[in-house]
Unconditional design. Structure first.
Length: 157
């Protein structure tokens, strides 16, 4: 169903993207918007902009909201990438998952670093900081997923 919907709109973007890049942009875009929405809800309503005190560690609200959103968007992102975007990859599912976990771990570190930088040092609003951070992370994520996590021996279109 998702593939058919994406393929219906692909002719509009065919001049600009190959099919894999288009699907990555569409699926990744939806998952990213979902992640930012979860971040916003977590930060503003679940955490109410307050620190999360776990009794053994206190986590700032923007970092806690980021982690909460990640717990949901990580599995949805993997399934979209594996079954919709990078379908030509000959790698076994567990290898893809492990590699995806590695690249997402680096993305997590980039998210953490940039959120800390933008919120705590540049004093930007957390949701704006998350949006800016997302731009950097998307570039890294696309390249690492296409050429590492879901590497294909043949060119996919």
């Amino acid at each position: 169903m998702i593939e058919h919907t994406l393929d219906f709109f692909y002719p509009l973007f065919k001049r600009f993207f190959d099919r894999t890049t288009y699907r990555y942009a569409a699926c990744g875009g939806v998952n990213t918007v979902f992640d930012i929405f979860l971040f916003f809800i977590s930060y503003n309503f679940i955490l109410d902009k307050q620190n999360l005190d776990l009794s053994f560690i206190v986590i700032s609200p923007h970092i806690a909201a980021f982690l909460m959103a990640f717990l949901v968007s990580f599995p949805t992102g993997f399934f979209l990438m594996r079954f919709i975007v990078f379908t030509a990859s000959p790698l076994r599912g567990r290898v893809q998952f492990f590699r995806y976990l590695l690249t997402v771990s680096v993305s997590l570190l980039l998210n953490y670093f940039f959120l800390k930088l933008f919120v705590e040092h540049f004093h930007l609003y957390p949701t704006i900081s998350k949006l800016i951070t997302t731009v950097f992370v998307i570039a890294f994520s696309y390249l690492s997923q296409r050429h590492f996590s879901f590497k294909s021996t043949k060119a996919s279109t």
